[in-house]
Design a protein around this ligand. Structure first.
Ligand code: GUN
Length: 283
């Protein structure tokens, strides 16, 4: 049976560290504030936003909520983002995605000041990551690096295979593994002989968005497996992209679903907010 990489425990550790950092910043007169914008009342988004607000409250970050009607215009949303960019009391701005279809997500994402882009979605931050400069990194892949490091899994010199090439997970994941001196392969829907390529991996990151897709034919003996997926299976249970039961006895370490990668995304969002506040003290 593999070592279970406990994302709940590691995310709790990070949040505890951040709570101490925020308390120390407060002593110096520095507060931390995250503006959270939600458009409409999509139930899944409401759960995510609620969890983000709860994490802020635990750490001592002020969360300023903007709950906007689903029919808000692009101009009104852009104006709000502009106001928050200009407001020195706001350190981070988060626009919960997806937005209703009449709104232009790309334009909104680009309107957020890169210095307040705690999601790490702005092209300036994406570019900074790819050329090794300082900037905000997308929270889920940043969280995966923390899971590996804090579980004692070395990345340097390892064969790392990332399955999925999204802008939010796959591509920044590849960049981060490269930054840690991994040897990185990115696979996608047109990759030929996916089981063969995945079986090369010392570290396999599964972010394909298909429930229980990866079985034991995709993993090398002793590999570390990171499962980014979260789905509701036919049996009503939550599951990931990896068939946990079929791979758990072949690999050396694996993230569970739930309780693996999921909790790390919010912990790293909180980390980015604290970084944004710290940077204002040095700039
Ligand atoms: N919707 C689902 N995940 C995310 C996320 O990480 N950030 C934002 N802004 N919206 C999301």
């Amino acid at each position: 049976m593999a070592f279970i990489i406990d994302g709940k425990k590691i995310s709790a550790e990070i949040k505890e560290e951040l709570r101490e950092t925020v308390a120390a910043l407060k002593e110096k007169g520095v507060s931390v504030c995250l503006a959270v914008i939600q458009v409409g009342d999509d139930p899944a988004s409401s759960v995510y936003v609620g969890n983000k607000k709860k994490a802020c409250a635990f750490i001592g970050i002020e969360s300023r909520a903007f709950e906007l009607p689903a029919d808000i215009s692009q101009e009104e949303l852009m104006d709000l983002v502009g106001d928050l960019n200009a407001d020195p009391s706001v350190d981070g701005i988060l626009v919960q995605l997806p937005l209703p279809s009449h709104l232009n997500e790309k334009e909104v994402t680009r309107a957020i000041s890169p210095e307040k882009d705690v999601d790490g979605f702005h092209p300036q931050n994406v570019g900074a990551l790819s050329i090794g400069e300082e900037g905000f990194v997308s929270c889920t892949p940043a969280g995966i690096i923390q899971l590996l490091k804090r579980s004692g899994i070395e990345i340097e010199g390892k064969e790392c295979v990332v399955v999925g090439r999204s802008n939010i997970v796959g591509k920044p994941m590849a960049m981060l593994l490269l930054r840690e001196n991994g040897t990185v392969t990115v696979c996608h829907s047109r990759t030929k002989d996916l089981p063969k390529v995945c079986s090369r991996a010392d570290i396999l990151v599964a972010a394909i968005g298909k429930p229980r897709f990866f079985d034991d034919t995709y993993v090398k003996e002793g590999a570390a497996v990171i499962d980014v997926g979260i789905h509701r299976g036919d049996d009503g249970k939550l599951c990931g992209d990896v068939d946990f039961q079929k791979v758990k006895d072949k690999v050396s370490a694996i993230t569970p679903v739930p309780g693996g990668v999921g909790p790390m995304t919010i912990a790293m969002l909180m980390y980015n907010c604290v970084e944004a506040a710290k940077r204002k003290t040095t700039s």
